[in-house]
Design a protein around this ligand. Structure first.
Ligand SMILES: [Zn+2]
Length: 98
């Protein structure tokens, strides 16, 4: 929805009313430093991206994902290989993995 700021008369879009003020005037009215806020958000995004990379590395170190393990167990199930000793051994080893 398009609004016109009651202070600076700038047109702006927003779904959230801010007492008729554009985001900049609203921030000034509420003494919020947008630059500082933006830098804080950028820092937060960078920290979350670093956490995501670390989580991906930890998952890779941890071995099989539960989903991959489930699919491998289905593929290696001895019933699908005529009770083969090799399939039985592989199936048991997969079941023992975390
Ligand atoms: Zn304004």
């Amino acid at each position: 929805m398009i609004h016109v700021c009651i202070r600076c008369e700038l047109k702006y879009t927003s779904d959230y009313p801010r007492a008729g003020l554009c985001p900049r005037c609203w921030a000034e009215e509420n003494q919020i430093n947008l630059g500082k806020l933006a830098r804080g958000l950028i820092d937060m995004v960078e920290m979350l991206e670093a956490d995501l990379v670390e989580c991906q590395r930890a998952a890779a170190r941890a071995g099989l994902s539960p989903d991959l393990k489930k699919r491998l167990l289905m593929l290696a199930h001895p019933d699908k290989h005529g009770g083969s000793p090799l399939a039985t051994r592989v199936f048991q080893e997969l079941r023992g993995m975390q």
